[in-house]
Design a protein around this ligand. Structure first.
Ligand code: FAD
Length: 554
């Protein structure tokens, strides 16, 4: 792309800032794991730089099932420790970011012949409530067949014996990552997206220097640090090879695909947990505004994390599974409005184990050159994973007081940006009083929580920023400025996919907004007219293939 002077000098300034000091910690990877580590270390007063080869959350962390949950499946596998830890984290996250992590009611129907009969489900549900010990969500309820059909009349009646209503949490995964990275930045961390680590160098046998490449301009730089953390999710083994070309792989990545439909096509009220009639896998139908997403597949994959895609087999498997639960829906490929595919950075398990049996737990390793690698884990457990890793790094750096020794766990009590407001309803009223439509006001509160006030301030200075950026979506122009000024967005795709989600929430994958977003971003970032045109064109060309299905003409 033809980049103008403003872009080149801004990116150069970022590289210069990274080179200007020796950091306590370099975190490689800006998914939820890396962002969580950067926040935790900054909260403890360590100096932190975080770099990501793409945008924040570009990897697995924007392609999840968006659940902050204990995981009934793990309960079934007897992983009580993981479920207990996850439910504790669910409780923390509901409090730290109530706008991004929200309670969600789930229905779990049981049909005759299902792998899990009703009596077993009831024991599991009881245990789930118990492990949530002093949780902040209601306990489960047992439902008979009639109560189940009253709540979800469209699900298959034949063979239905009843089931359960229970609660878990749903989150905005990409925005959660951005919020966590911002919390780190507010404590002094340097955050550089579109900046790749291309080589690691040892000084006296310890990795202490890395070469960096700016992915937007091609400029190169370097950074020095006292410790380095590899938090690159499915790229973990690639990074380990930069430290030690002979490093043995620790991951067994599996691919997970979700498909999106118009919610009206299924007509469901709750989230639904069910087992696929094809292979008995636990699956979800999850509401997302006017859409529903269904997932997920779980298949071994040796695809590159750079080019992971949804295949026709993936789509057919999900459609067949959901059609069996909603027999009158008759979904076909034509109903698919979007998809996303991600690679789970799973740890290698015993030989011969199926993909779903591979461990969701994490592991912390220290390489020959002293690089810390954190591999595996879940979106749900990012905070506790970060605390464990930073405890070890801080000890190595000579910090004697760790979270465990002091018992002061700031990462569990300090709200994320936008999460510090006791009442979100007040912001919705303020937004409506500022003349915004009810859907836009609700959208702002869900995305920004207490920071809705910052968006409203932008409108006070320039009322034209209240205009929607797409005819079929409530997002407004002010959010693009907010994304550039506060949320590290530097590309049209950063905004439309991972900040405001038009890529999945409009039938044209947000293409109709590309010109306007490029113009607004360009104004903010000093782009030339030529660069605005090129950025919008790049999005228009790539988005249908990346985020759509039928529109991509596959
Ligand atoms: P990533 O998010 O992939 O981040 C790694 C980052 O490293 C990337 O942004 C990449 O650009 C960067 N990087 C790579 N190489 C370099 C380099 N050389 N230099 C700089 N940066 C680099 N968990 C849950 O708790 N709940 C769920 O509902 C859930 N659902 C899931 C559904 C699916 C289909 C999948 C695939 C996973 C799901 N998970 C879920 C798991 C969860 O999403 C992952 O564990 C988590 O997102 C992994 O985050 P990460 O930061 O480790 O990796």
């Amino acid at each position: 792309m033809n980049l103008n002077h403003a872009t080149l000098s801004r990116q150069r300034a970022t590289l210069d800032a990274l080179a200007a000091q020796t950091w306590d910690i370099l975190v490689i990877g800006g998914g939820i794991t890396g962002a969580g580590i950067a926040r935790d270390a900054s909260l403890r007063g360590l100096s932190v730089a975080l770099v990501d080869r793409h945008d924040l959350a570009w990897g697995t962390s924007s392609r999840s099932s968006r659940l902050i949950h204990g995981g009934l499946r793990y309960l079934e596998q007897g992983r009580l420790g993981l479920v207990f830890e996850s439910l504790r984290e669910r409780r923390h996250l509901l409090a730290l970011a109530p706008h991004l992590v929200r309670p969600q009611a789930f229905i779990l129907p049981v049909h005759r012949g299902d792998r899990v009969p009703r009596w077993k489900l009831e024991i599991g549900m009881w245990l789930y409530d118990l492990l949530a010990w002093r949780g902040n969500l209601p306990r489960h309820q047992r439902l008979g067949k009639r109560a189940m059909l009253q709540r979800e009349p469209m699900i298959r009646e034949r063979g239905l014996t009843g089931g359960a209503l229970y609660y878990d949490a749903q989150c905005d995964d990409a925005r959660l990552v951005v919020a966590v990275a911002r919390a780190a930045a507010q404590r002094g961390a340097a955050i550089a997206n579109w900046t790749s680590v291309t080589a690691l160098h040892a000084i006296d046998g310890r990795i202490a220097r890395a070469e960096l490449a700016d992915q937007l301009t091609g400029a190169t730089g370097e950074i020095r640090f006292r410790s380095v953390v590899n938090a690159t999710g499915p790229w973990t083994d690639e990074l380990r090879k930069l430290e030690d070309p002979g490093a043995r792989p620790v991951l067994r990545p599996t691919k997970g695909v979700h498909v999106l439909f118009r919610r009206a096509r299924l007509g469901h009220q709750h989230a639904i947990t069910f087992t696929s009639p094809i292979d008995g896998r636990v699956m979800f139908v999850l509401p997302w505004g006017e859409h529903s997403y269904v997932g997920t597949t779980d298949t071994d994959s040796d695809d590159s994390p750079e080019r992971i895609t949804t295949t026709r087999d993936d789509v057919h498997y999900l459609i067949r599974s959901v059609n069996a639960l909603f027999p009158s829906a008759h979904l076909t490929e034509e109903d698919v409005t979007g998809t996303w595919a991600g690679l789970r950075p799973m740890l290698r398990g015993p030989e011969g184990a199926g993909p779903s049996a591979v461990s969701r737990e994490h592991r912390i390793l220290r390489g020959h050159g002293g690089m810390w690698t954190i591999a595996g884990g879940k979106l749900t457990t990012w905070r506790s994973m970060a605390a464990e890793l930073v405890d070890r790094v801080a000890r190595e750096l000579g910090q004697t007081s760790t979270d465990r020794t002091t018992g002061r766990i700031a990462s569990a009590t300090e709200p994320l940006p936008g999460g510090d407001s006791p009442t979100l309803a007040g912001f919705q009223e303020q937004a409506e009083a500022a003349g915004l439509s009810t859907p836009t006001a609700a959208h702002l509160v869900r995305h920004y929580g207490g920071e809705t006030a910052a968006i409203l301030n932008l409108l006070r200075d320039d009322p034209s920023l209240a205009t929607p950026i797409h005819p079929d979506h409530p997002a407004i122009a002010a959010e693009v400025l907010h994304a550039a000024r506060r949320e590290f967005a530097v590309r049209v795709d950063d905004v439309l996919a991972r900040r405001v989600h038009l890529a999945w929430e409009t039938s044209d994958q947000g293409v109709a907004a590309a010109d306007r977003v490029a113009e607004l971003l360009g104004r903010e970032l000093g782009w030339s007219e030529e660069q605005c045109v090129a950025e919008a064109a790049a999005y228009r060309e790539a988005a249908p293939g990346h985020y759509g299905w039928a529109a991509a003409g596959r």
